[in-house]
Design a protein around this ligand. Structure first.
Ligand SMILES: Cc1cc2nc3c(=O)[nH]c(=O)nc-3n(C[C@H](O)[C@H](O)[C@H](O)COP(=O)(O)OP(=O)(O)OC[C@H]3O[C@@H](n4cnc5c(N)ncnc54)[C@H](O)[C@@H]3O)c2cc1C
Length: 405
């Protein structure tokens, strides 16, 4: 299944050439991880570091799925605001979930600091601006709720926004301590590090079927098989491959462009990561090589566009939006893409063991902050395998009652 079309910035500018062999034999391990994107590789890394024997298989190549379309924002604030999550699952669980997302981000930062390669990671503040003046009261409610629970965000009025940026908006929430990353480079480098800790990785190896055995499962692949006690489905936006009856994503497709390097970004205050209160929202950031990434224009269609003209029409729309916010810049489109995106009705990912299929786990971090959800998923499943209680597991469990917004 095609997950994206267009020309991709991260893979095109990736200087490494890391390849893994296909699985051509029978193997035995404790955990088989299906999928070599952000979620699967984070699981593999955390398992290997905890001494849990695991084998990861990827049907194509590492990070070639939606991870290569990921625009690299690491933000605990979510498409589903804390105030909205409070309305659907209650304040206590909503705050616990936001706190655990923030903690997962901090754990990720520590992990990145210990990696052997640099992955274009940088701490940044985020600016969440009011797209329309009518959005200000609900944003104020969000700001107050976040601060009531100690998240330490700031409220900016119109004058302060205008002092720092060439555009005016009625208000904004500023979140310090978020981060940007090159997700493709990160996942490639993490797979390499995980191998050093003992993870076995196979590319061009598709899971074709799963059979029960006396000790767990047999994962039948294109040219081999794995006997494992447990399976983790980190299959990204192809939930059909995870089986089971619990996962019911909402699908859309999203667009993004990456510009040529810009000679001066002095108009862009502290290179904040920017997004807005409109739904669907526009989001934008800068890159380590002085480009701008802007994305959005989501449509409720699962398959990415196929025609170049259709892609270019959306790319031009993103470019116009960028120019109207930053009129002194002369950005040129260098990379453009359309990609499938999966979310959930309640804004939460599907993570954990399938109650009807013991030993089979979902690690499906659907939602705009899939990086943090992938980390959260890897931690929850690792804790389960180690017999450690994780309080967030109940909130994101696959058989939870999904509350519609
Ligand atoms: C345009 C766009 C922008 C985004 N921006 C951000 C962002 O800024 N920040 C953020 O946090 N999140 C973002 N996301 C979300 C993020 O991309 C995803 O949540 C994350 O990359 C998902 O990683 P994953 O490992 O779950 O999925 P994937 O990267 O898709 O990996 C799943 C892998 O499983 C493999 N697979 C599937 N079936 C099988 C099988 N049967 N056998 C073997 N392998 C199989 C696939 O080939 C694939 O490589 C964005 C998403 C999109 C589309």
């Amino acid at each position: 299944m095609r997950l994206h079309t267009g020309n991709m910035y991260w893979p095109s500018t990736f200087a490494g050439s890391i390849h893994y062999p296909p699985l051509l034999s029978k193997k035995k391990t404790r955990v088989a991880i299906v999928g070599g994107g952000m979620s699967g590789v984070l699981c593999g890394y955390l398992f290997a570091k905890s001494g849990i024997p695991a084998i990861l298989i990827e049907q194509k190549t590492i990070a070639s799925g939606s991870t290569s379309a990921n625009t690299g924002f690491i933000q605990y604030s979510n498409d589903t605001l804390l105030s909205e999550l409070t309305d659907s699952i209650g304040e206590q669980d909503a705050v616990s979930f936001y706190r655990s997302s923030n903690q997962a981000a901090q754990h990720l930062y520590t992990l990145i600091a210990g990696m052997r390669r640099k992955v274009h990671f940088k701490r940044r503040s985020s600016l969440y601006y009011a797209s329309k003046a009518e959005d200000v009261p609900s944003m104020r409610k969000e700001y107050e709720l976040l601060n009531k629970h100690g998240f330490g965000v700031f409220w900016w009025e119109e004058a302060q926004i205008a002092e720092c940026f060439p555009f005016r908006r009625a208000a904004a929430i500023v979140t310090p301590g978020d981060a940007e990353i090159n997700p493709y480079l990160f996942v490639q480098a993490l797979a390499e590090d995980a191998q050093v800790y003992g993870l076995e990785v196979f590319e061009n190896t598709a899971m074709q079927a799963v059979e029960p055995t006396s000790e767990g499962y047999r994962v039948i692949t294109s040219q081999g098989e794995i006997e494992a006690e447990q399976i983790v489905y980190a299959v990204g936006y192809i939930p059909e491959h995870a089986g089971g009856q619990w996962v019911r994503p909402t699908f859309s497709r999203s667009y993004a462009i990456v510009t040529d390097p810009i000679s001066s970004l002095s108009d862009w205050h502290s290179r904040f990561m920017i997004w807005e209160s409109a739904r669907p929202y526009l989001y934008m950031r800068t890159t380590f090589d002085n480009r701008i990434i802007i994305g959005g224009l989501d449509e409720n269609i699962r398959m990415p566009v196929r025609k170049d003209q259709e892609l270019r029409k959306h790319s031009n729309e993103l470019l116009s939006a960028l120019k109207s916010l930053f009129p002194n810049l002369s950005p040129q489109i260098r990379y453009e893409l359309c990609a499938t995106f999966a979310g959930s009705e309640d804004g939460l990912p599907w993570i954990g063991e399938d109650p009807q299929r013991p030993g089979q786990h979902y690690c499906l971090g659907y939602g705009g902050n899939g990086i943090i959800y992938s980390m959260l998923g890897a931690e929850i499943i690792r804790d389960h395998l180690l017999g450690i209680y994780n309080p967030i597991a109940a909130i994101v469990r696959p058989d939870r009652l999904v509350v519609t917004k």
